[in-house]
Design a protein around this ligand. Structure first.
Ligand code: GRF
Length: 188
């Protein structure tokens, strides 16, 4: 599920194509009709659907929540990956997929949860930040951590240069973290 450019979706699709992640993408869902993630998914031949999110900016409406639940359940997906999904998921969604929803966040959680974490890192003046793959619970970016990668904050970094450096690591660790987690819940 995503709302934006879809570069993490693309990284997953490529890892699958390269045989590094033994998975298939059952469905791509978005709350943004003209999002990059939907265009990329359609171009790759993956089923991709826009579901209207309702009128609130940060959460799904109760009807939309039910539509997302039904679409995810009907897709037969074993795991749900939030690859830049910008609305907060509530128990009405999460209760249907316990320990099955994974998020990628652009900071070293628990530092800098919430929006535009790379800008938070720049404002805080830290010398290092990174990205985190974690299970989604009912808090905001608070669930158990599955994987992290560090990147330096360099002199002269802009929000764009720093986010780009973080995203490079996101694309590397997300497929690996998904494969490791699947292995862990099924074979250990
Ligand atoms: C990523 O930086 C991710 O950490 C955050 O949203 C962004 C999504 O980027 N949750 P993309 O749409 O995958 O390019």
């Amino acid at each position: 599920m995503g709302s934006g450019r879809g570069s993490n979706y693309a990284a997953l699709a490529e890892a699958i194509k390269r045989g590094e992640l033994h998975a298939c993408i059952a469905l791509v869902l978005s709350d943004v009709q003209d999002s990059g993630i939907l265009s990329l998914a359609r171009a790759n031949g993956h089923e991709a659907r826009f579901i209207p999110p309702g009128s609130k900016r940060t959460v799904l409406s109760p009807e939309a929540e039910q539509d997302f639940v039904a679409a995810a359940q009907n897709s037969g997906a074993d795991l749900i990956v939030l690859a830049g999904f910008m609305r907060v998921l509530k128990p009405g969604f999460l209760q249907h997929f316990p320990r099955r929803v994974i998020n990628i966040h652009p900071s070293l959680l628990p530092q800098f949860p919430g929006l535009r974490a790379w800008e938070q890192a720049l404002s805080a003046g830290v010398s290092e930040t990174g990205c985190t793959v974690h299970l989604v619970d009912e808090g905001i970016d608070t669930g158990p951590v599955l994987a992290q990668a560090r990147v330096p904050v360099l002199l002269g970094d802009t929000p764009e240069t720093l986010h780009k450096r973080i995203q490079k690591e996101e694309h590397r660790i997300l497929p690996v973290a998904i494969a490791d987690y699947w292995q862990k819940i099924n074979f250990s």
